[in-house]
Design a protein around this ligand. Structure first.
Ligand SMILES: [Zn+2]
Length: 315
């Protein structure tokens, strides 16, 4: 059977499962709502969102994957369950997988995000609500009897990731910065800030009034997960950097930096290679070697020479 026939034979059953059994398109996990504390709920399918219910209104944290219809599903569920409107939507960061569909709440809610998020959302044409309210370091939202604190700890997973804390309930919603227990947090580190991520993970690991951590993917966890991931990230950075200083190529580093002492971490087998390559790329831009600095022009890492540059007499 050729590949096209395999796909044709498999597709109808998958579509049936997606629309009838799962209640949403795309063959994604079923949408669910889980109450975590008196006022805080987790919701989602492929990804985790959350919502906080006060006496005056509801704040929804993040949408769902595009094409899932999950955010519209949430709107219907909230209307059935609560008699207060959604007054805020909170965008954890600009990555579309986590924020799709939030515009369905625009009739009653204002979208809140970090000041850096809007440029990414507009430039990349993200399918979500455009932020109306932005902030730089911290912001408090009063939902009536319950306060939601938004925190920006500097550039980490992206330059606009925020943490959503509900101190009175002991819940921290920490999207794409941690996963349950010991785990790699993300497939690769492309738009991350490594040094500040390590610092921010330490701060989150010691923050007060945090009993439950809601990651953007997978099960809820606790603060120790931040410290587990920090230890991994710090070790990965130090080991890749050490080999680069020793003159090793990326091919050699992939052989040498095996990170075996972290092999019990979740997603280790799937993501280590991309984590090493993207850490190498980050460190390539972080350092200037003492020997061979001039090779940058002729040996740019993507194999595309920049060309001869006269560093001392050029423009
Ligand atoms: Zn992300």
């Amino acid at each position: 059977m050729n590949m096209r026939a395999v796909v044709a034979a498999w597709l109808p059953a998958w579509l049936l499962l997606g629309s009838a059994a799962l209640g949403q398109g795309g063959g994604l996990p079923p949408m669910q709502i889980e109450q975590l504390t008196e006022h805080v709920y987790r919701y989602g399918g492929l990804t985790n969102g959350a919502f906080v219910v006060g006496s005056d209104g509801i704040a929804v944290v993040d949408g769902q994957t595009c094409g899932s219809n999950g955010t519209a599903w949430l709107k219907e569920e909230l209307a059935k369950r609560f008699d207060v409107p959604v007054t805020y939507t909170i965008l954890s960061h600009d990555h579309e997988m986590h924020i799709c569909g939030l515009e369905v709440f625009s009739d009653t809610a204002r979208a809140v995000a970090h000041a850096n998020a809007k440029a990414h959302i507009v430039r990349e044409g993200r399918r979500t609500a455009t932020p109306e309210i932005t902030f730089d370091t911290t912001m408090q939202l009063d939902l009536g009897g319950i306060e939601v604190v938004l925190l920006y700890l500097g550039p980490t997973h992206t330059d606009n990731l925020i943490q959503v804390h509900v101190p009175s309930e002991g819940v921290l919603i920490a999207v794409d910065f941690v996963r349950e227990g010991k785990s790699l947090a993300m497939p690769e580190l492309r738009d991350a800030d490594i040094a500040n991520s390590i610092k921010a993970l330490g701060i989150l690991g010691r923050m007060e009034n945090v009993d439950i951590v809601v990651p953007g993917h997978g099960n809820v966890t606790d603060q120790q997960a931040f410290l587990y991931f920090r230890d991994y990230l710090q070790a990965l950075r130090d080991r890749v950097l050490e080999q680069m200083v020793a003159g090793k190529s990326i091919e050699e580093i992939l052989e040498i930096v095996t990170m075996e002492d972290f092999s019990d971490y979740g997603w280790f087998d799937q993501w280590l290679r991309a984590n090493v390559i993207t850490m190498w790329e980050q460190m390539y831009h972080y350092r200037e070697p003492t020997e061979g600095a001039g090779r940058y022009e002729s040996e740019f890492p993507i194999g595309f020479p920049v060309g001869e540059v006269d560093k001392f007499n050029g423009p």
